[in-house]
Design a protein around this ligand. Structure first.
Ligand code: PEP
Ligand code: MG
Length: 752
């Protein structure tokens, strides 16, 4: 870039800074800025458009267009060339704007006399704030140097907007991050919570985007980059000898940290007058904009790497580290782009809820949130851009809604809902020690699902009769390396101790598919849910399974023990897994360790195939537990993690219930009447629970918070009648029995 041009651009930035420093109102600053840019760039027009709401841009200041049109001219995002810049987050540069596709002429501005147009987005870290435009009568293409200079100015404008420099009258000039915002995300864990935002990664604030002395800034950048590289090298050293794939990822990461292109672009930005941190952020913003448009997964991952490196660099440069010294608020609701299970657990039980911009329903974080019984919302678009530490926030996990800085009406409605929940909770407490006995005298056992030691206190509090599913993989997921047998034995022993004489059903390690251990090589499988997972891994690489079985036997230390194997798809798999257990018991005997006084070994029925297994399977297995989450996904061939399809098929679909009834009948047909339970999430949904019970299930296992509502509805239901409703719906050819059963329960309750 020519030196002369650089110094021109720097001069402009310095003048902008002076304009900012003046004690004037937001509007006056904007007016002054448009004047400065137009004169510095030698264009007749310079205009600034800012968002007044999510979809509408407003002309907020102009040099050259009709002043009357300021705050009058508005465009929808995508409308006209200005709208196009905002929508795509990309520059539009045209010598003959009126001939451009999508050009929209706005007569009130008097712009008909201008031929050339150059618009650049004003954006900060992927957040669109507005558009900066220059126009000239002369039909000319703006040079790449000029476009670049405009981008640098736009970057400074974005920082200034963020800092509140343009606050004034009207919606477009209202301060950022103060209005109430409603974000619709996806539910990964139900529940409701009110509290204050706690950002997992606090926003880095750049108070001075314009540099006094480029040489000083270049030096600062260089020193920070050196520090960053040392840090990355240290990470690589730490991972040396570890997993190959992880090393490859880190190598790619190091490559980025050493990327000459990245460094050169930031140096150029500084040459234009930006401070080192503003230069980092400018490149980061561009990478984020590309990330949101990238369809290639590999490219997206690399852009993620760059984003992460930029964050590290910003923290080094600004000294704003993770630990800002701020105290967790009273009712923290964690807001993050994404979070790993171990990081989430580090917050202990302090969090009231979690909102993630990315995340997924089956992610490890979701599993932990489920265990912590706090609402979790995923795919909450823009939340990390919108939320500030300490903001009031209300999370409705049932509906997947996030109310950020809610206004009074929303807050009142939300609190009413919470109060209703609270009252219901009180009602549930009053029946905690009563059985879930239906009106027609049938008793359903209600157990709870768990996965953490910290879940165990709920056993007494919820009225659960035992732990119907203890997901052992959480202990594996939250560590950086494979846990040792002694550690696991200690933990399982503590679980059994605190369950006292209540039964705990330990499920052996269920990994693969969505649950990938950080220290195991990820498998590149086209369909992980149908791939090498759960017992398939356990049987093919039995080392871990054996270690876990031994840990369970040691933990039991002679006490009764119940274990089940996940994802058994055929009888032979159960036999092979059971043989591992038999061998483990024999080994314990030889070593002189006590063996369980009673050992029950069961299988999870999670694939339709097992429902059709030979009769001998149903006779040999000590018990069966239906993993409804997986069973449903395979029954309907609908991915449980794919938002597009996961709610498409109703659990109360007649075909699914008929299949469940078939399994009940097969279990009943054995001499011993093989015990059968259901431990998928649906067991905890009241209507679903009633229908499952009507199909003959007598043991349901669910998250502790669901036990009250499920018990309450079961105690008011007549299962024979519900079964009759289902039979009639089936005869009518209804697709789902949901409406009919809901209506029946409502009218019978009204009658009572
Ligand atoms: C299930 O599939 O229903 C189940 C309980 O297992 P998970 O949700 O852990 O896959
Ligand atoms: Mg499962």
């Amino acid at each position: 870039m020519p030196r002369k041009f650089e110094s021109e651009s720097r001069k402009l930035l310095l003048r902008l800074r002076e304009a900012m420093a003046e004690d004037s109102a937001g509007q006056a600053r904007l007016d002054e800025i448009t004047r400065l840019i137009a004169s510095s760039m030698g264009t007749e027009v310079c205009s600034i458009y800012l968002f007044r709401d999510e979809d509408t841009l407003e002309l907020c200041a102009t040099e050259g267009l009709n002043p009357e049109s300021v705050h009058q001219t508005r465009l929808r995002i995508g409308e006209g060339l200005v709208g196009r810049v905002a929508k795509k987050g990309r520059v539009v540069n045209s010598a003959d704007a009126p001939s451009e596709r999508g050009f929209r002429f706005m007569p009130e501005t008097g712009e008909e006399i201008y031929s050339s147009f150059c618009g650049v987005p004003i954006q900060r870290l992927g957040e669109n704030l507005g558009v900066l435009v220059v126009q000239s009568k002369e039909a000319r293409d703006y040079s790449s140097d000029e476009v670049y200079a405009l981008e640098v100015v736009a970057m400074v404008l974005a920082e200034m907007t963020e800092l509140g420099a343009f606050v004034g009258e009207g919606a477009a000039l209202s301060p950022l991050h103060q209005q109430s915002v409603l974000i619709k995300g996806g539910t990964a864990q139900e529940g409701a919570a009110e509290g204050q935002v706690w950002l997992h990664e606090p926003r880095v604030v750049i108070s001075n985007p314009i540099a006094d002395d480029p040489d000083v800034e270049l030096k600062r950048l260089e020193t920070a980059i050196d520090e960053l590289r040392v840090g990355v090298d240290r990470m690589l050293d730490g991972a040396a000898g570890g997993d190959k794939e992880q090393l490859q990822v880190l190598e790619a990461y190091r490559m980025f940290a050493n990327s000459k292109g990245w460094m050169r672009r930031m140096e150029q930005d500084i040459g234009q007058g930006l401070s080192a941190e503003a230069a980092v952020e400018k490149e980061q913003s561009i990478a984020r904009a590309r990330m949101s448009q990238a369809t290639d997964a590999y490219l997206r991952d690399r852009l993620h790497d760059l984003d992460d490196l930029s964050n590290r660099l910003l923290r080094i440069l600004t000294g704003q580290g993770k630990d800002t010294g701020a105290e967790l608020p009273a009712n923290p609701i964690l807001v993050a782009r994404n979070i790993g299970p171990a990081e989430l657990l580090e917050y202990d039980r302090k969090l009231k809820g979690v909102v993630l911009e990315e995340g997924s329903v089956g992610s490890h974080a979701a599993i932990v949130a489920r265990a912590l019984a706090i609402p979790l919302i995923v795919h909450a678009d823009r939340i990390t851009n919108e939320a500030l530490n300490g903001d009031a926030i209300m999370v409705d996990g049932d509906e997947g809604l996030v109310h950020l800085r809610p206004d009074d009406t929303v807050a009142t409605a939300f609190r009413d809902k919470m109060a209703m929940r609270h009252n219901a909770q009180k009602r549930y407490e009053s029946i905690r020690d009563l059985p879930a006995e239906t009106l027609d005298g049938k008793t359903v056992q209600l157990h709870m699902n768990a996965g953490l030691m910290a879940d165990l206190p709920s056993l007494a509090g919820s009225g659960a009769e035992g732990v119907g599913l203890f997901r052992t993989e959480l202990q594996f997921l939250i560590r950086n390396q494979m846990p040792r047998r002694e550690e696991l034995a200690g933990l399982y022993a503590r679980v059994m101790d605190s369950a006292k004489d209540k039964r705990v059903v330990f499920r052996t390690l269920d990994i693969g598919s969505d649950k990938v251990l950080p220290y195991m090589a990820p498998q590149d499988e086209p369909n992980p849910a149908l791939g090498w997972r759960a017992i398939r891994v356990g049987l093919d690489k039995p080392g871990v399974l054996r270690m876990q079985l031994q840990a369970l036997l040691r933990a039991a230390a002679g006490r009764p023990l119940t274990v089940m194997f996940p994802f058994i798809a055929q009888f032979e798999e159960f036999r092979a897994a059971k043989a591992e257990m038999d061998k483990a018991v024999e080994r314990e005997k030889i070593l002189g360790h006590p063996v369980p006084e009673e050992l029950k070994v069961g299988a999870m029925l999670e694939t339709p195939s097992l429902g059709f297994a030979p009769q001998k399977f149903f006779e040999e297995v000590d018990f069966i537990s239906i993993g409804g989450n997986d069973l449903k996904q395979f029954f309907f061939a609908a991915d449980r993690e794919n938002e597009r399809v996961r709610r498409r098929y109703d659990t109360l679909n007649v075909s699914f219930l008929t299949f469940i009834e078939g399994i009940v009948n097969r279990c009943r047909s054995t001499e011993e009447q093989t015990p059968l339970s259901f431990c998928g999430e649906d067991a905890g949904r009241p209507l679903e629970a009633v229908c499952l019970a009507a199909m003959g299930l007598r043991i349901l296992s669910m998250r502790p918070a669901s036990i009250g509502p499920v018990k309450s509805i079961l105690r008011r239901a007549n299962l024979d009648e519900v079964r009759q409703i289902i039979v009639e719906a089936r005869e009518r050819g209804d697709q789902s029995v949901r409406d009919a059963v809901r209506e029946h329960l409502k009218t019978s309750n009204d009658r009572a």
